[in-house]
Each structure stands twice: as structure tokens, then as C-alpha cells.
Ligand binder design. Structure first.
Ligand code: C2E
Ligand code: MG
Ligand code: MG
Ligand code: MG
Length: 290
């Protein structure tokens, strides 16, 4: 890219921009089709209590099942979706699908808190709280089982409006947490300004936690800060037992990461995390016992 500023380099630069624009337009057109063809799916990743490994919740993570390319990661297509004509449609589909799934589990006796990622523009539109209320109404999900994840990007938006929306959502009994905590632009004062319910420590501080004393210092102070502010705290990106144990010893109560389970389709999630509990629950409830 630096070369593009040199004499004559502008030709290369324009070419690159044009190609990027073309591929963006192609991707956008493909995504519109994907939405029509129902090629999006939600995967679910477990969230556990670090003390005993018990299941607490699941984060819903979108996937695009491309007919040729197979599963496409959200990092590749969500930035395009979020600035395209289908952003509201996809966001609405994610919310209602995740809540419907959580309600199905709730009905079966599993109180699985469901985490749903919001794109910043969803918080900008004034009627997010109304949409959330409608989705709870339609699906019948207990509001406290829904947790909306927002990133520090929301700080770039109209502050009063975002605050207003967050408060209205919390009044419904829904939790709102900061995702990717520590990676954004924000200073700590926004924790005071936006009285959210919890924070998710970004995996970039967790992946090397065992080896990097800087990461350990950041994670340790984030945990104690969240406790002092009365916020829940969950660590993302836990890939091994030693990291899980260290986090638990640091006072972190909840965790998420490949060590506990990768994001997976709903049915696999049920088989791995809900089936055993269900039969246990049946036994505990009396069933054929005694
Ligand atoms: P995120 O919300 O921070 O989600 C956590 C990401 O960390 C997921 O990537 C997950 O697969 C990955 N992860 C979890 N545990 C580990 C681990 O132990 N090690 C490593 N290396 N990675 C781990 P994924 O599913 O690719 O999603 C990427 C991002 O895309 C999400 O980051 C979120 O910002 C966005 N995204 C995903 N689904 C949605 C959605 O439905 N709506 C919106 N607006 N954004 C979404
Ligand atoms: Mg998230
Ligand atoms: Mg995150
Ligand atoms: Mg992240």
C-alpha cells in the first residue's frame, strides 16, 4: 500500500480499490441471495461455570453454509452484512432464531442463557427495545435468559440514544453485556456511563494468559474491577484446563472457549450438553425410582 503513494503507483492503487469494490459488490449480492435461500445458520458455543464446569449458557454465532465454499465464518461476511440492505433482516433472524432455540431448551427444562451478538447499527435504530420485546413475546422466552452482547463500537454512536435503548432493554429483564472487553477505543469511564450487566474479557488477553504476565495483569484487574462494579464477568478463548484453572483462581466465575466446546449446531449442542442433564433431571425428579 505504501507503494501506491509513489509516482505512478496510483494506477496500482486504483486497481486494488476497484477490485476490492467489485469483490464487495459480488459478496453483497451473494449475501442477499443467501438470505433468500436460508443459507444462514446459528451455531451454539457453551458457556460454563469455572468452579464446576456446569453449563450456564450458549453464545449464538452465525454461519453461512455456502453451497460451494462450505461453512463461511462471520468475520468474512458480517462486516458486509452489517452495512448492506439485508442488515436488519439478518439481525432480526438471528435474534428470533436464537430466542426460539433457547425457549425450546427452556421448555425441556434447561435454563440455558442465550447470548446474541448485536451489530452497532442495531443499537442506533431507536426501536431495538421494541423488537426485543416482540421477540420475547412471540417466542415466550423468559427475558432473563436473553443476554445481548454489544461491543465498544457503540461508543461511536449517539450516546443518549444508545443509553436510552439499553435502559429500555434492561427494563424488559434482558441482560446487556460488553463483548470483546478491552480491545476497543473506550476509557474505563464508559463503564459508569453505560450501566451494563457484565463484560466478556476478550480472547486476545486469555489465549496467552499462562505465559504473558501483561495479559495476566490486565485480566486480573478486569476481574476485580468488574466485581467492584457489580458486573458479571466471563472469559472468552479458554483453550486448555490450565487457563481455566488459573482464571478460576483469579476469581473469574464463568468461561467460554474451545476447551469446553466449539461453536456447534443446535443438535450437537443438545447431545453434548443437554442430554445427560436431562436424564439426570428425570432421575432426580423421581421417574421410575423408589
Ligand atoms: P465474538 O462475539 O467475540 O465471538 C467469539 C468468537 O470467538 C467466535 O468466533 C468463536 O468461535 C471464537 N472462539 C470461541 N472460543 C474460542 C477459543 O477458545 N479460541 C479461539 N481462538 N477462538 C474462540 P466466530 O464464531 O468466528 O465469530 C466471530 C465474530 O463474528 C463474533 O465475535 C462476533 O463479533 C461476530 N458474530 C458472530 N455471529 C454474529 C451474529 O449473529 N451477529 C453479529 N452482529 N455478529 C456476529
Ligand atoms: Mg460475542
Ligand atoms: Mg467476544
Ligand atoms: Mg471476540
Amino acid at each position: 500500500r505504501a507503494k501506491a503513494t509513489k509516482r505512478g503507483g496510483h494506477v496500482v492503487f486504483e486497481g486494488a480499490i476497484r477490485r476490492e469494490l467489485e469483490s464487495r459488490l459480488t459478496l453483497e449480492a451473494e449475501l442477499v441471495l443467501a438470505a433468500e435461500r436460508n443459507e444462514f445458520e446459528l451455531f451454539y458455543q457453551p458457556q460454563v461455570r469455572l468452579a464446576d464446569g456446569g453449563l450456564i449458557g450458549a453464545e449464538a454465532l452465525i454461519r453461512w453454509r455456502h453451497p460451494v465454499r462450505g461453512l463461511v465464518s462471520p468475520a468474512e461476511f458480517m462486516p458486509v452484512v452489517n452495512t448492506s440492505s439485508i442488515s436488519d433482516r439478518v439481525a432480526g433472524w438471528v435474534l428470533v432464531t436464537a430466542c426460539r432455540q433457547a425457549r425450546t431448551w427452556e421448555r425441556a427444562g434447561h435454563n440455558v442463557r442465550i447470548g446474541v451478538n448485536l451489530s452497532p447499527s442495531q443499537l442506533q435504530s431507536g426501536d431495538l427495545a421494541t423488537s426485543v420485546a416482540e421477540v420475547l413475546d412471540i417466542t415466550g422466552l423468559t427475558p432473563s435468559l436473553l443476554e445481548l452482547e454489544v461491543t465498544e463500537d457503540i461508543l461511536l454512536l449517539d450516546e443518549q440514544r444508545v443509553l436510552d435503548t439499553v435502559l429500555r432493554i434492561q427494563e424488559l429483564g434482558v441482560r446487556v453485556v460488553f463483548d470483546d472487553f478491552g480491545t476497543g477505543y473506550a476509557s474505563l469511564s464508559y463503564l459508569k456511563k453505560f450501566p451494563l450487566d457484565g463484560l466478556k474479557i476478550d480472547r486476545s488477553f486469555v489465549l496467552e494468559l499462562l505465559a504473558d504476565s501483561g495479559d495476566a495483569a490486565i485480566v486480573g484487574s478486569t476481574i476485580s474491577l468488574s466485581k467492584q462494579l457489580g458486573l458479571s464477568v466471563i472469559a472468552e478463548g479458554i483453550e486448555n484446563r490450565a487457563t481455566a484453572d488459573l482464571l478460576a483462581s483469579m476469581g473469574c466465575e464463568e468461561g467460554q472457549g474451545y476447551f469446553f466446546g466449539r461453536p456447534m449446531p443446535a443438535q450437537a449442542f443438545e447431545e453434548q450438553f443437554l442430554t445427560v442433564r436431562e436424564s439426570t433431571a428425570r432421575v432426580l425428579a423421581g421417574g421410575e425410582a423408589a
